[in-house]
Design a protein around this ligand. Sequence first.
Ligand SMILES: Cc1ncc(COP(=O)(O)OP(=O)(O)O)c(N)n1
Ligand SMILES: Cc1ncsc1CCOP(=O)(O)O
Length: 517
Amino acid sequence: MDFDYSLYLVTNRDCLPDGITYEESLEQALKGGVTIVQVREKSADTGEFLEIARATKRICDKYNVPLIIDDRIDIALAVGADGVHLGQTDMPLEVARKLLPANVIIGISCRTSEEVKRAVAGGADYIGIGTIYATSTKVVKTPLVGPRNIGEILAALDDTSVKSVAIGGIKSTNAVRTLFGSITASGKSLDGLAVISDIVASREPLIAAKRLKDSVSHFKASRTRFSLGDYTTESLKGSVGKALKYVRQLSPLVHQITNTVVTTQSANATIALGASPIMATSPEEMEDLAKIPGGLLINFGTLTSLEGMIAAGQYANQNKKPIIFDPVGVGATSFRKLKAAELLNAWQATVIKGNPAEIGALSNSSEVQSKGVDSAGSGFADPASVVRALALRERCVVGMTGEVDWVSDGKHVARLANGHSLLGHITGSGCMVGTSVATFCGALSVAEKKVSLNPLADGDMFVATIAGISAVAVASEIAALRPDVQGPGTFLPALIDELSKLTPEVLSEKVNVEIVS
Ligand SMILES: Cc1ncc(COP(=O)(O)OP(=O)(O)O)c(N)n1
Ligand SMILES: Cc1ncsc1CCOP(=O)(O)O
């Protein structure tokens, strides 16, 4: 059976708000766009369950929407349901299959690839992956799956026609991020989202369902990459200059939650580039700030304002604002690694920028070690593969900075070879690059609003990342040659000067970029 799993409502009368009946809520939800309904009433005895299932079937039939029954094969048979949903400890799939007519579908709850493989081998029609986020609707004893792990679990469905939904803590605020996080290396993604409380507990179930349905439809209709596609070295040289023109013309707001060491320096670099910085950290102001077009930089160098970082990122995703994540020193302590994972699970990053040790730590590689916030040793043997793999896994653009910089969107890899050794002798030059990338991403997301490349950010973020890294690197080369620059102390103000004087023409001419794949 080819059902539409886009918005999968799971019922729960215990969640209903006072004054709204089960039938009213269900009918409103169906009017709002629910495409499939499951009756899951944990507190009902058999007679009551049967009654609810019959009432639900009547309403679903009116809207021509299929009905699934949780756990109870007898009830599914009694009401002529379209399917049953079984958990890992419910009746085994093979037994259920024998008891049910061939046209009745079976869904299985899964939280690992192994469970998915068993469900596929047993002939499941769809899987429910969860629990994704924390939820108060169900007591969950297993670790949360998290949005970043859905893709890996889903990959076990490659080359099958088995459908999939995610469940657990899904709301309109995290719907697109959940779907985006589910994209597998082969381009597969979830077929839909399963939801209880965001619809059932709402006083306006029609609006709640519509919001979710719009997010799923929008996701399914949009492109899911951050870059436009075919690049050549020549086209990139022109594009970075054009990107600087946009920064200067549009002067985007660059919201930065950054570390206490570099705040002033980063704000000055933003102004020098021609944009407008705001260094706000309070969670209470994140919703308003996210509505102003531009870029968001989240740099966790001194690991303060984590609450603000989570709120800022979530609102940014909702407003299609690019998020540039600079996981400063993430390899230095296990606490930082934990916090980086928490942030990457809370929102979808557009760009991750780091030095080799930081990119290595996020890639779970020990090839390059960290020395505090710096990298130790000579770098990766195959940096192109490292950045491409992390970009694919995190579904974003990755920029790895060093003597040579590497940028990937998960498909293409660009190699950049500008910069001066004096950058290594001042504090916060890496953070300045993060600021610059956020500035260019902000400008391109505004300038290329009509080029909707994916549901979480507009504009070509691969080009923006290359431009952001190159602007600082090229300005550093020019600054270092100035006769007044005697060393790190005189280099820093000269670098800010040269950033402000950098022209699109000079950037295009001096950028040393090469597409390596
Ligand atoms: C679509 C969907 N996915 C998962 C579940 C959870 O089912 P189960 O594992 O049986 O857990 P309980 O429903 O018994 O709490 C579901 N019902 N629907
Ligand atoms: C049934 C179920 N299985 C995993 S989480 C969950 C509850 C989902 O409810 P909500 O959408 O309110 O988080």
